[in-house]
Structures are given as structure tokens and as C-alpha cells.
Design a protein. Structure first.
Length: 300
């Protein structure tokens, strides 16, 4: 699973997907059956054998049996990556191990710390982004307006309204010259410049010109990049070829060969060809759903 997808719900990870039924979250298998019954007020996908869930207004970590391995005690928690996780409790961010032991406590007034990837984690202080290592030391100064995860030694960042790619020393390997961009992954970064989308490699070389027909192009995952055109979603491959027709009302990231998708009142998970492998009607939105503000599309 890609580091920027770790913890994603409505995405299969480690053969399970976190989905919501009414006001509770549980986990389904690839046949669509609940293997961990809906019982949590919030839930993320599995990563490294554990998943973040919320119960009684506190976050903790469960195993695939639904048993708490780290009891709910945090005000917020991120998924485990590289053997550690970021949690927030008592007004501070901490790095913990899989036994729940605190390894590092951040003392600065930190807004956010994202999961680790490639040995570094994005950190945010006063709306500026930088990177810390596993010891909690800032190794790339907080200077960016946005900073994505490192993948294969490169990360997409934004500074002064332009996007580019940096290496793990914090040096630009592709100048900040694009009007928009998404995460670098699978050797490719989608970028927007001169009114057109294109794919570039880690050196800024153009791999495919996608033109102006898409409103949005997101990062490549498992060989597929979701695109948006005229309020409908589809997917293209690394060469820019349309591999899933633009017909979906929603289309998520692929993980383990499946992606969440919705067309009208049908939703479920599609394969890389865009065919439903698992589908069911979208539950009808009740008066209680409306009163509670539930997203009626995301109900299993």
C-alpha cells in the first residue's frame, strides 16, 4: 500500500476495507461480508497489521480480529508505517511503537505530523511544511506551503504557489514551476502547466501530455490515475491512455486491485478495467441520515 494511502477508508488494505453502516464503522472482506462488525465511530484501513479506530471518543488500534492491541486513549491517531505511528494526546504529538510506547514527544507548537514514508514524515508548524526523521529531528526545514510524502526518494512540494519535486536533502530536483500537481508515485507525477495536464518523471521530463480535457488528474496507483472531466470520473494509465471510461460519479484510488466506485444508486468496488467486482445499491437516505448529516453515498 502506498504511504499516502495508508489509513484510507473505503479502500482495501490487507484484504479488508473499512466501511460505514449507518453511524458505525466495521470491516468487510473482498466478498462484501463484515468480518469485524460495525461498532466504531470512526475507522481507518489496516496498515502493518493494525488499524486506527475510534471508540468512546478516543482512538486506539485493533488487530484483524477486532481486538484492541493499543487501547483507545488518544485524541487523534495516524496509521502505522515503518513500525511507528503518530498520535496526539494531552496537547502534544508523539511517535509510538506497536506496543503503544512513546518513542518521541514533540514539544513545539505543531499543527500536524503525517505518517512516515521513506524514513521521513511531513511536519506542519504555523502553516509551513517540512520533514522530520524517526528521532523527531527536523531534517528538511519548514519552508513549504505544502509537502507530500517521500516515495522513492522524491516528494512533491509547493512553494509560493508553484509545485515541484525535492530529494531527501531538501534540494529541488524538479523546479517549483507547475501551477498544480499531485503526489509523485510509480515514477510519475501529474502536473498542470500552461492550462494542460501532463505526466512527468522524477527529472521533470514529460512522459505524456494529457491536454486540457481533464479538470483533475491524481497520482498513479497500481498503474491507474483517476481523472475528472465534466463532473464524471474515469482512469488513465502511465501513458495517458484512457483505461476506465469517464462515467463514474465517484472513483477512488486502487489498492489490492480494487477501487471504490459509484454510478448513480449503485456503488461498490471495481477492478482495473472498471468493472464492478463487488456492488450493491446505495442505501436510501433516511430522515435520521439527513438530521445527522450522514453522507448517504458512503453507507454499506
Amino acid at each position: 500500500m502506498k504511504p499516502f494511502l495508508a489509513g484510507a477508508c473505503w479502500t482495501f488494505s490487507e484484504s479488508l476495507a473499512a466501511v460505514r453502516q449507518k453511524d458505525k464503522w466495521g470491516y468487510i472482506d473482498r466478498e462484501g461480508y463484515f468480518v469485524i462488525p460495525p461498532q466504531f465511530t470512526d475507522a481507518e484501513g489496516f496498515s502493518e497489521g493494525l488499524a486506527v479506530v475510534e471508540k468512546n471518543e478516543k482512538y486506539g488500534y485493533i488487530d484483524k480480529n477486532g481486538t484492541f492491541v493499543i487501547a483507545p486513549q488518544f485524541e487523534y491517531a495516524n496509521s502505522f508505517t515503518e513500525g511507528v505511528a503518530i498520535v496526539f494526546v494531552d496537547g502534544k504529538h508523539h511517535i509510538i511503537d506497536k506496543q503503544g510506547h512513546t518513542l518521541v514527544t514533540f514539544t513545539d507548537n505543531i499543527t500536524d505530523v503525517e505518517p512516515f514514508s521513506d524514513g521521513l514524515a511531513t511536519i506542519v508548524i504555523d502553516w509551513k511544511y517540512g520533514y522530520v526523521n524517526h528521532e523527531g529531528k527536523v531534517v528538511i526545514p519548514l519552508q513549504f506551503d505544502f509537502a507530500g510524502p517521500f516515495v522513492d526518494g522524491l516528494a512533491e512540494v509547493e512553494i509560493e504557489g508553484k509545485c515541484g519535486l525535492i530529494d531527501k536533502s531538501g534540494n529541488f530536483v524538479v523546479p517549483a514551476q507547475y501551477d498544480d500537481a499531485d503526489y509523485f508515485s510509480e515514477g510519475v507525477m501529474p502536473v498542470h502547466i500552461d492550462g494542460q495536464w501532463r505526466f512527468v518523471d522524477g527529472h521533470g521530463n514529460t512522459l505524456a501530455i494529457l491536454g486540457d480535457k481533464y479538470d483533475t488528474v491524481v497520482c498513479l496507483v497500481e498503474g491507474r490515475a483517476s481523472v475528472l472531466a465534466n463532473h464524471k470520473h474515469g482512469a488513465i494509465d502511465k501513458s495517458g491512455n484512457l483505461v476506465i471510461d469517464i462515467r463514474f460519479d465517484e472513483l477512488g484510488y486502487f489498492s489490492e486491485g480494487l477501487a471504490y466506485a459509484r454510478i448513480g444508486n449503485t456503488h461498490g468496488f471495481v477492478n482495473p478495467s472498471g468493472e464492478f467486482e463487488l456492488q450493491r445499491p446505495v442505501p436510501k437516505r433516511t430522515l435520521l441520515d439527513r438530521l445527522l448529516g450522514r453522507n448517504w453515498n458512503l453507507q454499506w
